[in-house]
Structures are given as structure tokens and as C-alpha cells.
Design a binder for this molecule. Structure first.
Ligand code: NAP
Length: 269
């Protein structure tokens, strides 16, 4: 019996086939989940680039819904969950794989971040999880599982990660509070803290390539994590394999987060 047979859910945050949300989707689909998706609204309705690039991926795997949703817009979130109710009735899981900071604010220093940039980054990268949980729980009368994506830069100082580190700290804190509030409804909320992976978003992080090299040299497994491994852990957290796990930040980073100093054999290129 497939792990996700009979389970229905929403995935927020597919930009292309490099997206972590896509890697999680592939695992969910393989295990029989019924899936709905969102994409960012298109500026030019005559040329719906955003919709096209997501549709190209999700149509072949039998997406039950695809709707435009900018998580900064309450009306978009309401529309998305109204369509999910119409499509699925009830849902069992949500993947929140969304983050953004304006590039000028992301490049640092943190003390130079603009007020507006900070608000935008926190709104899209943190508040959106709360806004999604509020709406998702109404469609989860029998419980469910919600995951978000985080990074070690929320727990420790990672030069170059800057304001996004502050966002991930707030995101991981919100996971604890949301897990507490939704636990009695049998809804679990967890964060998956992934090691560095080349995607559209990560290309905006300064010195990303040297971060990849450092992980390869320092992590206990002496290699970077594969996006497929992140996808499989996403599947674990969303499936009944993890029914006792909530409020957790689970690292999928080849063990990098446990290290306090480089191993003797570490060679940095
Ligand atoms: P990605 O493919 O670029 O995904 C980020 C997604 O966020 C995109 O689909 C983007 O949409 C969406 N998004 C941005 N603003 C939005 C808004 N206002 N409303 C709705 N969606 C919006 O990059 P990714 O690396 O897979 O990132 C996914 C998550 O993983 C993020 O939370 C990121 O911080 C986290 N993470 C990434 C890494 C890494 O190394 N890549 C490591 C740890 C954690 P558009 O592309 O259409 O703008």
C-alpha cells in the first residue's frame, strides 16, 4: 500500500524543477497523493509565464488544481483554500516552501536592511506560514501535517544569509507555537532544515558556491545533501510514518549542523 494513498494536499512554492517543493512533490506523487498547486500571479495575463512553467510540471502528474496565489494577498489565500475545499473537500497536508527578501536587503549588512525590505521578507517568508495554517486547519477536521522549509542560518550566523536568517529564526519559532496551537486538532507542524541546494532562490544568496564547498568538506557525511533526500524527508514528515513528530526542526544537511569546528581532513577549495 502506498504511503500517501487517499491523502490530499496543497504544495506552495514550485518555481521550476530545481525547486525543493518539486522534489517533495515527486515523492508525494510516487506514493499516491492527490495534489493541488499554486503559482505566483502573472503580471501580463496575455503571457502567463508563471502559470506555464508550473503547469508544465504538474499537469503530467495529474494535478487536481493549479491556482495563482501571492501569499502577501489575503484574497489570494482565501481563493486558494476555497478552491481546495471545492476540489478536495478535506485536505491532509500542506507544503510551505516559500521565501523571499528584496535583493538589496538580502545582500547585507543586516543593520542596513530597509524597514520595507524587512517587512516584505517577514511577510512572505514567515507570516505566510501562519496565514496558511489558519486556512488549512479549517479543511483538516481529522488532523493533518504541515511542513515548512528552513535553513541553519536561522539558528547560527551564516555570513551572506543576512536578513533571511532572521526570517528563518522567526519561522522556526512559529513552527513551535503553531504545533502547540494545532496539536489538539491532530495537526502536526514541522520544519525541514535543508542543507544548501542550487535553486532559483539560493542563487540570490552571496557566496553560495563556497557554502556548498564548505558543507562537502565539513559535514559528517563529507558531501552535500541531494535534493531527492530533502524530498524523501518531506514525504516522511507528511506521511503517517511521522505521526508522533511535531514542532520539530529536522535537519537534512549531511549532519553539518552538529559540527563546531572543521574535521582534521577538511580541505576547502
Ligand atoms: P525556489 O525554487 O525559488 O522556491 C521559492 C518559491 O517561493 C518560488 O516558487 C517563489 O515563486 C515562491 N514565492 C516567492 N514569493 C512568493 C509570494 N509572494 N507568494 C507566493 N510564492 C512566492 O527556491 P527553493 O530553494 O526551492 O526555496 C524553497 C524554500 O526552501 C524556501 O523557504 C527556502 O528558504 C528554503 N531553503 C532553501 C535552501 C536552498 O539551499 N535552496 C536551503 C534551505 C531552505 P516564484 O519563483 O514564482 O517567484
Amino acid at each position: 500500500m502506498s504511503l500517501m494513498a487517499g491523502k490530499r494536499g496543497l504544495v506552495f512554492g514550485i518555481a521550476n524543477d530545481y525547486s525543493i517543493a518539486w522534489a517533495i512533490t515527486e515523492q508525494l506523487h510516487k506514493e499516491g497523493a492527490e495534489l493541488g498547486f499554486t503559482h505566483l500571479p502573472d503580471r501580463d495575463p496575455a503571457n502567463p509565464k508563471m502559470e506555464r512553467r508550473v503547469r508544465k510540471l504538474v499537469d503530467p502528474i495529474g494535478a487536481k488544481m493549479l491556482v495563482s496565489c501571492d501569499v502577501q494577498q489575503d484574497a489570494d489565500l482565501d481563493k486558494t483554500f476555497a478552491l481546495a475545499k471545492e476540489t478536495f473537500g478535506e485536505i491532509d497536508f500542506v507544503v510551505h516552501s516559500i521565501a523571499y527578501a528584496p535583493i538589496d536587503d538580502l545582500k547585507g549588512p543586516v543593520y542596513g536592511c530597509s524597514r520595507d525590505g524587512f517587512k516584505t521578507a517577514m511577510d512572505i517568508s514567515v507570516f505566510s506560514l501562519m496565514a496558511i495554517c489558519k486556512r488549512a486547519q479549517a479543511l483538516m477536521p481529522n488532523g493533518g501535517s504541515i511542513i515548512t522549509l528552513s535553513y541553519l542560518g536561522g539558528e547560527r550566523v551564516i555570513p551572506g544569509y543576512n536578513v533571511m536568517g532572521l526570517c528563518k529564526a522567526a519561522l522556526e519559532s512559529s513552527v513551535g507555537y503553531l504545533a502547540h496551537e494545532l496539536g489538539q486538532k491532530k495537526i502536526r507542524v514541522n520544519a525541514l532544515s535543508a542543507g544548501p541546494i542550487k535553486t532559483l532562490s539560493s542563487s540570490a544568496v552571496k557566496d553560495f558556491d563556497s557554502m556548498l564547498n564548505m558543507y562537502g568538506a565539513m559535514a559528517p557525511l563529507r558531501r552535500n545533501v541531494e535534493v531527492e533526500e530533502v524530498g524523501k524527508t518531506g514525504l516522511y514528515l507528511l506521511s503517517d510514518m511521522s505521526t508522533g513528530v511535531t514542532g520539530e526542526t529536522l535537519h537534512v544537511d549531511s549532519g553539518y549542523h552538529v559540527m563546531g569546528a572543521p574535521p582534521a581532513d577538511a580541505k576547502f577549495s
